[in-house]
Design a protein around this ligand. Structure first.
Ligand SMILES: [Zn+2]
Length: 443
């Protein structure tokens, strides 16, 4: 049996693994490479495998770095089935259509596929529930809740004499929204992520920081800008604010604008899957809609978005994109960053070469749409709202698996996976590998 590492080998993005056993070919994820220009160019490389020979594709979750290249399969004669959870199916549709639209409108990005390819890929979907045994003639597979985002999965595959565990992206459990990460009990071969393999998340309480910032603008009448990713982070923020208002920790009156069409679409999907929520933490919720609260204002269009600037008084604005690389947050940044009453709250990872990263690093002005915008606002960062397991949670997940003799570390920068390998060596007798891009290994 062979595994070929077609992405996320030495980098965080581009997740994709090809499993070959005799004439069985199984693809796990086919994500977009994201970040530097060099990395993004990998998205255009011709496929190194015959898409028409693949019968089975497993998708761990709907983040673009796991699903973003998948529609390319349709141009190459793929006719198999794509297995994913129901929630992943819905979020993947929103994320892929958005990606296809950006390719058509942003001329700098190559057109890898069209909206038509997205629909044609999704027509091959087979919906899977967590824990359901999928028998596929010669092998079986099981999806386990990875606790990372709604619908996310780790996948167990029993093929030939091997049991393989693909971690997918592991969650930062316990989370307020998604259920805790489910463990895999037995596997000889483990392919696991290592995003935070070299560090633990800081021991800070994000709720205290957010409440503090909202109270501050209640006093000054300023704006609190929160650039936010559409999937998971936006829903987590809305849910937190709903609790703060219900519990009287912030004023009922303060308006919160959700100015992100994709964030809104994904929030509607979250509402359809209450059975996937962390029920324990939800038992105190009186409302059936965990993302709604008094004075939540959904911004319908660009004109309404511009109108916010004419409204006096304290306000919270949650808008995409999460790293300020585009989207409606930019117009708000132009208007509010020069004002000293503004607070900019960074709640997610900011990649190099993004406006978010420049501000995080203390830039006194940033260029937006060709104009220099002064940053006179306060900048606050929360590092503990990550949707990813940190070092201790990654190790905990691995320790639960019995019978491990080979561990492949993927989905992490080299420093992260080297640090994680050193930690694993302290307790595991399994061999630990750091595969490189396109490497094929025999197991
Ligand atoms: Zn992810």
């Amino acid at each position: 049996m062979q595994i070929q590492f077609l992405g996320a080998a030495g980098t965080v993005t581009g997740s994709s693994f090809l499993l070959t056993n005799n004439n069985q070919k199984i693809l796990i994820d086919m994500g977009m490479f994201q970040g530097s220009r060099e990395l993004e160019e990998l998205n255009q490389k011709p496929l190194t495998f015959a898409a028409n020979e693949i019968n089975t594709v497993f998708l761990t979750h709907a983040h673009l770095d796991h699903v973003g290249r998948m529609p390319i399969l349709m141009k190459h004669g793929f006719a198999g089935s794509v297995y994913m959870t129901a929630a992943t199916r819905e979020i993947a549709e929103v994320a892929l259509l958005d990606a296809a639209k950006i390719m058509q409108t942003e001329h700098e990005k190559p057109i890898l596929y069209t909206e038509e390819d997205v629909f044609s890929l999704l027509a091959h979907t087979k919906i899977v529930s967590y824990g359901e045994e999928i028998n596929l003639g010669g092998f079986t597979a099981l999806f386990r809740d990875a606790g990372h985002i709604l619908g996310s999965a780790s996948i167990e595959i029993h093929l030939g004499e091997h049991t393989l565990a693909f971690s997918g992206d592991l969650g930062n459990s316990p989370e307020e929204l998604v259920k805790p990460t489910e463990y895999i009990k037995l596997a000889d071969t483990v392919i696991m992520e290592s995003t935070y393999g070299d560090r633990n998340h800081p021991d800070e309480d994000p709720n205290e920081v957010i409440i503090g910032e909202i109270k501050k603008i209640e006093g000054t009448g300023g704006a609190l800008l929160i650039p936010s990713f559409s999937v998971e982070r936006t829903q987590a923020l809305l849910h937190k604010i709903a609790h703060f208002k219900a519990d009287g920790k912030i004023s009922h009156e303060i308006p919160v604008y959700l100015d992100s069409p994709m964030g809104e679409a994904v929030t509607e999907i979250y509402k359809k899957f209450p059975s996937l929520y962390n029920a324990e933490l939800f038992s105190d919720s009186k409302s059936h809609d965990p993302f709604s609260f008094p004075d939540l204002r959904i911004v319908a269009n660009y004109k309404e978005s511009q109108k916010i600037h004419t409204e006096a008084g304290a306000k919270v604005i949650i808008a995409g994109s999460g790293m300020m690389t585009g989207g409606r947050i930019l117009e708000h940044a132009i208007h509010y960053l020069p004002l000293s009453t503004t607070s900019l709250l960074i709640v997610g990872f900011q990649a190099e070469n993004t406006i978010g990263r420049q501000i995080e690093e203390g830039a006194k002005s940033v260029a937006i749409y060709g104009q220099e915008v002064a940053v006179n606002s306060q900048v606050i960062m929360i590092h503990s709202m990550s949707a990813h397991a940190d070092k201790k949670l990654l190790l905990r997940w691995l320790k639960e698996i019995e019978g491990v003799n080979k561990i492949f570390l993927v989905h992490g920068e080299n420093t992260s996976r080297e640090a994680l390998r050193r930690e694993i060596k302290k307790f595991s007798r399994g061999e630990v590998f750091l595969p490189h891009l396109e490497e094929t290994v025999e197991i």
